[in-house]
Design a protein around this ligand. Structure first.
Ligand code: C2E
Ligand code: MG
Ligand code: MG
Ligand code: MG
Length: 290
């Protein structure tokens, strides 16, 4: 009986794996045609200064609207794009599109773009960044590249060189999702980050009495301050979290409390109107009403 069960189980797994592989293959095929079929767009989420409650910039977030699947989350398709080699083309499109759309904003509004570790390991990245800047006409200091700790998996010499080259171009660098990755602090010694983005898992629950997250956020802020880096708390959803995060010393806040990510046209309207935008986001030069 044990043997029969074993065979049954293994056949079950074979079929499951096959079905999984076929599903995955279809997602890959769909991803390959998505760029050409114009199925991607960007949405932008405001980054607000805790000092004066003004919007200092926006983070570009990729959206894939598939004709039959509907909206596919970047958390689901970015890893697939990384594995099937599509991330280079998609990432370049994101950079160029984000810079072009930011060129329509006031010159003191920054644009942050997520860069995959695969793009970061490609020596072609600096040329793509330079070209996206030149084509759009925005200054290098308005572009902030967000990278995660996974870039440090690559060999030290080439990632150090990439950091140097990007800083040489004049763009800003942010360390995304801080605290969730390999958690070695060693790389903070050398990597020239302008900003640390504190992962939203630390913001979650920080407001509750006795929660350790507030202490961790404070420690990260102290570390960042000492190293001359800014800090953005990610995923701030509630009004009372704004005060806590500000009191903990974070220089910037991002989260649904200041607005859901919005299309370029809506961001433009928000910036133009000078009034309070949808979702409570605050246009440049205007304070957020709490
Ligand atoms: P991320 O770069 O850490 O982006 C922040 C994510 O948190 C976004 O999810 C955003 O919509 C979400 N978020 C912002 N505020 C709040 C909040 O108050 N509460 C909650 N619960 N969530 C909030 P999204 O857009 O689904 O993106 C997920 C991840 O996918 C991003 O994490 C980033 O790692 C990746 N990603 C998105 N766009 C791109 C891209 O253009 N290129 C690359 N390489 N990765 C991207
Ligand atoms: Mg990010
Ligand atoms: Mg993040
Ligand atoms: Mg994330």
């Amino acid at each position: 009986a044990a043997k029969a069960d074993g065979r049954g189980v293994s056949r079950f797994f074979r079929e499951e794996m096959l079905a999984g592989a076929q599903k995955r293959k279809r997602l890959e095929d769909d991803l390959r045609s998505a760029l050409g079929d114009d199925e991607f767009h960007l949405v932008y989420q405001p980054v607000v200064s805790t000092r004066d409650q003004r919007i200092v910039g926006y983070e570009a977030l990729l959206r894939w609207e598939h004709p039959t699947r509907g909206a596919v989350s970047p958390a689901d398709f970015i890893p697939v794009a990384e594995e099937c080699g599509m991330i280079e083309a998609i990432g370049e499109w994101v950079l160029r599109t984000a810079c072009a759309e930011a060129a329509n904003w006031p010159a003191n509004v920054r644009i942050a773009v997520n860069v995959s570790a695969i793009q970061f390991a490609n020596p072609a990245l600096p040329a793509i960044v330079t070209s996206a800047l030149a084509t759009s006409g925005i200054g290098a200091d308005r572009l902030e590249l967000e990278i995660t700790e996974s870039v440090f998996v690559n060999d030290d010499a080439s990632s150090n060189q990439m950091f140097k080259t990007l800083k040489g171009i004049g763009v800003r660098l942010a360390l995304d999702d801080f605290g969730t990755g390999y958690s070695s602090l060693g790389y903070l010694r050398k990597a020239p980050f302008d900003k640390i983005k504190i992962d939203q898992s630390f913001v979650r629950g920080a407001i509750q009495a006795g929660n350790r997250n507030a202490a961790i956020i404070k420690a990260i802020v102290t570390l960042a301050d000492t190293l001359g880096m800014e800090t953005t708390a990610e995923g701030v959803e509630q009004q009372d979290e704004i005060k806590l995060i500000s009191d903990l010393g974070c220089s910037h806040i991002q989260g649904f409390v200041y607005g859901r990510p919005a299309r370029a046209a809506d961001v433009r309207a928000q910036l133009d109107s000078g009034g309070s935008g949808a979702g409570g986001a605050t246009p440049v030069g205007h304070r957020v009403s709490r």
